[in-house]
Ligand binder design. Structure first.
Ligand SMILES: Nc1ncnc2c1ncn2[C@@H]1O[C@H](COP(=O)(O)OP(=O)(O)O)[C@@H](O)[C@H]1O
Ligand SMILES: CC(=O)N[C@@H](CCC(=O)OP(=O)(O)O)C(=O)O
Length: 274
C-alpha cells in the first residue's frame, strides 16, 4: 500500500479481552461494521478465562506475577492451543457471520509480534514485544480484511512467547501508528463508585491507581493506554463489548488523553514511567 493510501484511512486497533470475547453482542458487531466503513480496523485479542478453563481441565496449575501468567512449556502449549486455536477461530467465524471479512493470525504468523523473553527468572516463556511487522497487516487491510491477532509472540530463534494481550495491542497500535486504540472489556469503562468516568487525563489515571480505584485487570489497560499516547494517537478508549462502542460523534466509553491545558503532553518521559 502506498504511504498516501495508508494515511487516507486511519488505523483503529481494538483489543478484545477474554472477559467478554464469548459474550460480544450484536451492538458490538454493528459498531465494528460502522467503524470499518471509514477506518482500517485491526483486532488483538486475549482469552485469559478460556486459558484458565483449559488449564483447570488438564489439572495444570498456573499463577500470576504482577498480572502476568507464569508460563512453563506445558502452559505455553495450552496458551498456543487456546488463544491461537479456539478463541481466534471462533472470533473469525463470528465476524464472518456479521459480514465482516477477517483473517485470524497468531502473533508468530509472518513474525507480526516479534518479542523477547522477559528475563526476570520467574515468568518463564512470557514475552514483551520488540517489533511489529506492519507490512503484512497493511496488505490485509488494503484488501478489506480485519486482521485478528492472538497475543502470541515469537523471538528471533522462533521460540513462542506468551504476551499479555493489552500490551500486545498497545504495541500493534504503535507499530501501525494507529489513530485510535480501544480496549473492549466487560465494563463500560473506568468506573468510580459505579459511575463511568468519561474522560481521564494521564495524571488522573495515576491518581486513581494510587487510590486503588483502578485495580486488577484494569491496570494493564490504563498503563498501556498511557504509554501508547503520542502525537498521532491522542485518545485511548476503554468500552464495553455488550453495547455500542461508537456513534456519529465517535467512540464511546472512557477516553484517556493528555491534559493539553497543563502541558502534560510535553513531559512524555515522566508520563511513561507511571
Ligand atoms: N476502576 C475500575 N473500573 C472498571 N473496572 C475495573 C476498575 N478497577 C478494576 N476493574 C476490573 O477490571 C476488569 C477488566 O479487566 P480484565 O478482567 O482483565 O478484562 P479483559 O479480559 O477484558 O482484559 C473489570 O471487570 C473490573 O473487575
Ligand atoms: C503473559 C500473560 O499473562 N498472557 C495472557 C494472555 C491472554 C490475555 O492477556 O488475555 P486477557 O486479555 O483476557 O487478559 C494469559 O496467559 O492469560
Amino acid at each position: 500500500m502506498l504511504a498516501t493510501e495508508r494515511k487516507e484511512r486511519s488505523v483503529v486497533v481494538i483489543k478484545c479481552g477474554g472477559s467478554i470475547i464469548n459474550e460480544l453482542t450484536d451492538d458490538f458487531f454493528q459498531s465494528l461494521s460502522v467503524l470499518k466503513q471509514n477506518h482500517h480496523v485491526v483486532i488483538v485479542h486475549g482469552g485469559g478465562p478460556d486459558i484458565a478453563e483449559t488449564l483447570n481441565g488438564l489439572n495444570i496449575q498456573t499463577e500470576f506475577v504482577e498480572g502476568l501468567r507464569k508460563t512453563s512449556d506445558e502452559v505455553l502449549n495450552v496458551v498456543q492451543m487456546v488463544l491461537g486455536g479456539k478463541v481466534n477461530k471462533t472470533f473469525v467465524t463470528k465476524l464472518f457471520k456479521n459480514k465482516i471479512k477477517a483473517v485470524g493470525l497468531s502473533g508468530c504468523d509472518g513474525a507480526i509480534l516479534q518479542a523477547r523473553q522477559i528475563q526476570d527468572g520467574k515468568l518463564g516463556f512470557v514475552g514483551e514485544v520488540s517489533h511489529v511487522e506492519s507490512n503484512l497487516l497493511y496488505s490485509l487491510l488494503e484488501q478489506g480484511y480485519v486482521p485478528v491477532i492472538s497475543s502470541i509472540g515469537m523471538d528471533e530463534n522462533g521460540q513462542l512467547l506468551n504476551v499479555n494481550a493489552d500490551v500486545a495491542a498497545g504495541a500493534v497500535a504503535k507499530g501501525l501508528q494507529a489513530e485510535r486504540l480501544l480496549f473492549i472489556t466487560d465494563v463500560k469503562g473506568v468506573l468510580k463508585d459505579g459511575e463511568l468516568l468519561e474522560t481521564l487525563t494521564v495524571k488522573e489515571v495515576e491518581r486513581l491507581i494510587d487510590e486503588q480505584v483502578i485495580t486488577g485487570g484494569m491496570i494493564p489497560k490504563v498503563k498501556t493506554a498511557v504509554s501508547a499516547l503520542s502525537s498521532s494517537l491522542e485518545n485511548v478508549y476503554i468500552a464495553s463489548g455488550t453495547s455500542s462502542f461508537c456513534n456519529e460523534q465517535g467512540l464511546i466509553g472512557t477516553s484517556i488523553k493528555y491534559d493539553t491545558k497543563s502541558k502534560e503532553c510535553n513531559d512524555e518521559r515522566v508520563i511513561s514511567n507511571i
